[in-house]
Design a protein around this ligand. Structure first.
Ligand code: UD1
Length: 359
């Protein structure tokens, strides 16, 4: 039996894993899930596996929390060792986390065909760990699975077109497959939110790890919360920083809730007046849902979401308020097309390419 190992470790990777797992199972491929343990809280990990009906990981390396370099130093030999034991025919790595970077380095030393799912994303921020992970993963992987034409263009510019395949976005595959469940979830109603609310998430190191930056963002959002209810699922990294920098007061006007599971998040996005986020995944999910989004970053890896003013970038925290007012006062009636992200069958295309006989 053909054996594929997927190396994952952080929340967005479990989501991307699901459609791939389904596609591999459909073809009777043995799929081994190797979890580094980067995300270890039940709400960030186990509950997602359960809700998505993913089998629990075959291996969990239980890597201790720590600085990225410390985690990398532990992950690289541990991944190498396990993959040597598992003896797969091929492997997959996902996205742009510390786990992705560690897996890319570990696998590049083995005589093994491995692919990068969500290849070619670039935001042009060289100091960002995610950008380093993307670049290294794309350089060393045997085959690249690009979600969009922009990603293909980025890879061409770096001379990597010979191993690039435009397949579409696996997150759209999953989004489409759960649409009816999301429709019925009614999370906002269960949370007793008002009919008009904004969903906000925040976790990127560049936004939450510096006291002044985090304070400025939360202060501006707290002002917005006077006019528009804000529901804020608090990421563990952000929670730690808010406590460390003593910024709890800025959260008092918002409805702060624990990190939400996948379907609940999609339901909150769907019914929100707008989304305010620094997450790559949420920008896309807002776009897929037809909900407008403000992204608290200078750049986005997903320029397709900027069309029709669906997604507005707010590099400066003080700019967020006027963008919120723009969205509230000038609603857009037209719906944008999601076809730039493929046809919802990316995972099957990935399977075909990964399993194709090599000469
Ligand atoms: C990581 C990814 C980011 C992705 C995000 C999704 C990297 C460099 N970044 O950031 O690209 O968008 O995941 O969530 O990999 N922590 C907990 N519980 C957990 C996990 C983490 O308390 O379950 C704590 C850690 O101990 C650490 C902090 O949160 O202090 C940050 O964790 P980290 O692994 O760096 O990832 P994220 O910030 O989530």
């Amino acid at each position: 039996m053909y054996r594929v190992v997927s190396v994952v470790g952080a929340r967005p990777q479990f989501i991307k894993l699901k459609p791939i797992h389904t596609a591999l199972q459909d073809a009777d491929v043995e799929h081994i899930i190797l979890h580094t343990g980067q995300h270890y809280d039940p709400v960030m990990s186990d509950k997602i596996f359960d809700q998505l009906h993913l089998p629990r990981p075959d291996v969990n390396l239980g890597i201790e929390p720590g600085l990225p370099a410390q985690q990398l130093a532990l992950m690289i030999p541990a991944i190498e060792q396990k993959v040597l034991e598992i003896k797969p025919d091929a492997a997959l790595i996902y996205g742009d986390t510390t786990t992705t970077l560690a897996a890319a380095v570990a696998l590049s030393k083995l005589a093994l065909r491995f692919g990068h799912v969500e290849a070619g994303m670039r935001s042009g921020e060289p100091g960002m760990l995610e950008e380093v992970a993307r670049r290294v993963a794309d350089r060393v992987s045997s085959v690249l699975f690009a979600p969009t034409q922009t990603a293909v263009n980025n890879l061409k510019r770096e001379g990597l077109e010979h191993k690039t395949n435009l397949v579409g976005d696996v997150m759209l595959d999953l989004f489409k497959s759960v649409e009816s469940l999301v429709e019925r979830a009614r999370t906002a109603e269960k949370m007793d939110l008002s009919s008009d609310y904004a969903l906000m998430t925040l976790h990127r190191a560049e936004n939450v790890d510096h006291p002044h930056r985090l304070e400025e963002i939360l202060r501006n959002l707290s002002e917005i919360a006077e006019e528009l209810q804000i529901v804020f699922p608090l990421h563990p990294r952000t929670q730690k920083r808010v406590e460390e920098f003593q910024l709890q007061d800025h959260l008092s006007r918002m409805k702060v809730v624990p990190p939400q599971n996948y379907l609940e998040t999609l339901s909150l996005i769907r019914d929100a007046r707008l989304v305010i986020t620094d997450s790559g995944g949420l920008q896309k999910e807002a776009f897929f849902s037809g909900t407008r989004c403000i992204t608290i970053r200078e750049k986005t890896e997903w320029p397709e979401t900027l069309t029709s003013q669906a997604n507005l970038l707010a590099p400066l925290a003080r700019g967020i308020r006027s963008l919120v007012h723009d969205i509230i006062s000038k609603p857009i009636n037209e719906k944008w097309s999601v076809e730039a992200f493929g046809d919802g069958k990316a995972s099957f295309k990935i399977r075909e390419v990964l399993l194709a006989p090599q000469n």
